[in-house]
Write a protein that binds this ligand. Structure first.
Ligand SMILES: Nc1nc2c(c(=O)[nH]1)N[C@H]1C(S)=C(S)[C@@H](COP(=O)(O)O)O[C@H]1N2
Ligand SMILES: [Mo]
Length: 213
């Protein structure tokens, strides 16, 4: 039974976990994998995979809401809280935004304060299993309270910025914040053509059948 108010406007609930991304799944080697924190910081910081995995681990259960209208309930993500990662870097006082960089060159932008909220993780596991490459292995961002396109897969860098700059989908018309409860799918600016954007996303949309790798 659907709980009243659990699904944001315009969303339907699926049991499956669709896969959406632009471009191919990047090939990543754990030996050379790094997570880099850079930009408006006193000193850039890098983690190797083992250094990252040695950080305090946490888990968070959440619903996820994709802008293409599917929602999936009860996802248990495991990883390191964004707040915990942030403790390892000294930000300059004007750092207000983050541009998240993925292997393969994809990006997404978020206000820093959104990343400090509860449940924001850099996750390596979902429902007790390591993420599959298609879902962002070895490490993805999870921002449960925003549309799921903000949850970058294959994260390699967090760039701290003084000004907000649009990432990959945001440049193509998606909202700069993306709050599903306020239906912030597209940028308000009439200059952004939503039809083209929807066609572009349809091209990368895949249904994932549970158990398929
Ligand atoms: N690196 C990267 N991360 C990405 C994307 C992408 O194209 N590249 N797509 C985003 C979008 S639009 C969605 S809805 C979610 C989908 O995650 P999933 O494939 O695990 O369901 O990943 C997000 N993270
Ligand atoms: Mo998406």
């Amino acid at each position: 039974m659907a709980e009243e108010g659990r699904v944001p406007p315009g969303q339907f609930v699926t049991e499956r976990w669709p896969i959406l991304h632009a471009g191919p799944v990047p090939e990543i080697d754990l030996e050379s994998w790094r997570l880099e924190l850079f930009g408006r910081v006193e000193q850039p910081v890098q983690f190797t995979y083992s250094e990252f995995m040695a950080l305090p681990q946490t888990s968070y259960r959440c619903d996820i809401h994709c802008v293409t209208t599917w929602s999936k309930y009860d996802n248990l993500f495991e990883g390191v809280a964004f707040r915990e990662v942030l403790r390892r870097v000294n930000l300059l006082p004007d750092a207000r935004y983050v541009l998240v960089h993925a292997y393969g060159g994809w990006t997404t932008n978020l206000p820093l304060e959104e990343l400090l909220k509860e449940g924001v993780l850099l996750a390596h596991s979902h429902n007790g299993k390591s993420l599959t490459p298609k879902h962002g292995w070895p490490l993805r961002l999870v921002v449960p309270h925003l549309y799921f396109w903000k949850s970058a897969k294959w994260v390699r860098g967090l760039e701290f910025l003084a000004e907000d700059v649009p990432g990959y989908w945001e440049e193509r018309g998606y909202h700069m914040l993306g709050d599903p409860w306020r239906s912030q799918r597209y940028r308000d600016d009439p200059e952004w053509v939503n039809g083209d954007l929807q066609r572009a996303q349809r091209g990368v949309f895949r249904w994932y059948v549970d158990g398929e790798r």
